[in-house]
Design a protein around this ligand. Structure first.
Ligand code: DHB
Length: 310
């Protein structure tokens, strides 16, 4: 019932982890790959190992989470090695997330992927909000266009971009206009809502250490923003650019709503962190129940079919 295909590969369902959550080590990635999720994505890799920001740097709140991880990861070679190994074992579709700490590092990493034997998908993260002093690429429209222009002079493998949330209709128009110039496989909306602040009332104190407590917000708080971004990009992007919907997925209803807005795949971050990989089984069961109630037998029956008021 939930089977879906992506780049010609049939997946058991449309669910994945969101990059950053439970995908740092090979052991975690193995668990994801063996879970009920349809696919998985790695932690965003930078060229070199990074310890990330000082702890505490992730905090679960009643309605979601706040994090300022600062890109802790085992370095590009570790993740490339992992996906190449899985590929040798017959894995047909996997997602390798990468970002550079500089413009040139972005180019260097994508060249390494292009020159490698990796045949899977690359998720180019243009939206990490947590590295002090380093603005997100995707909030700089000119830089995004320049970077993608250079990338597509040499990159011919499947490439998606992970975007931050946009909040202004003009920004949806501008970003979609830029993205439509490139042969992108997909757009993933949204990354965490950057630089929120959560407070411990009793202590009158912030809850995470980096950046004075500012961090990316996930979970229930962000679903309306995530759905708006998925919907807005589905309405504006070329049909052949797929959409991954991320943000605010707690129940099967949330997955259903992302698909209704046009998501082809749906990623789970905060709730995966809270609940562990068992979340995928629960979400598939809940999504199936909603589809049965509504009389749908396939996700194509309602994908992108959100109705507007007359
Ligand atoms: C981190 C957070 C993000 O939202 C992201 O896209 C990449 C990295 C982090 O802080 O590690």
């Amino acid at each position: 019932m939930l089977k879906t295909s992506f780049l010609g590969v049939e997946l058991e369902n449309c669910l994945m982890n969101a990059s950053g959550v439970y995908c740092m080590s090979k052991e975690e990635l193995d668990e994801l790959a063996n879970s009920k999720a349809g696919a998985f994505v790695t932690k965003t890799a930078t060229r070199d190992f990074r310890a990330g920001n000082p702890e505490p740097r992730y905090f679960d709140t009643a309605l979601g989470s706040i994090n300022s991880m600062g890109l802790p990861n085992n370095g590009f070679d570790y993740y490339l090695d992992y996906v190449l190994n899985r590929q040798l074992q017959g894995e047909e579709l996997q997602f390798l997330s990468v970002t550079g700490m500089s413009y040139q590092e972005n180019i260097e990493l994508l060249k390494k992927i292009q020159e490698s034997d990796y045949q899977g998908v690359t998720e180019f993260n243009l939206s990490c909000p947590n590295v002090p002093g380093k603005p997100q690429i995707a909030y700089d429209f000119e830089l995004t266009e320049k970077l993608l222009t250079e990338v597509f002079t040499f990159f011919t493998k499947p490439l998606g971009v992970k975007l931050p949330p946009y909040f202004d209709i003009a920004h949806f128009d501008i970003m979609a206009g830029i993205l439509n110039k490139f042969p992108l496989t997909y757009v993933n909306s949204i990354n965490s809502v950057g630089n929120g602040l959560y407070i411990d009332l009793e202590k009158e104190e912030v809850v995470i250490k980096p950046k004075g407590g500012f961090g990316g917000i996930g979970g229930e708080y962000i679903k309306p923003t995530a759905l708006a971004n998925v919907r807005a990009f589905r309405q504006r992007l070329n049909e052949d650019i797929k959409i991954i919907g991320t943000g605010g997925v707690i129940t099967g209803r949330d997955v259903f709503e992302h698909i209704l807005c046009g998501a082809d795949l749906v990623q789970v971050g905060t709730t995966l962190h809270k609940e562990g990989v068992g979340v995928f089984e629960r979400l598939t069961r809940e999504l199936e129940e909603i589809m049965k109630e509504k009389g749908y037998s396939n996700i194509e029956d309602f994908k992108g079919k959100l109705r507007e008021l007359d």
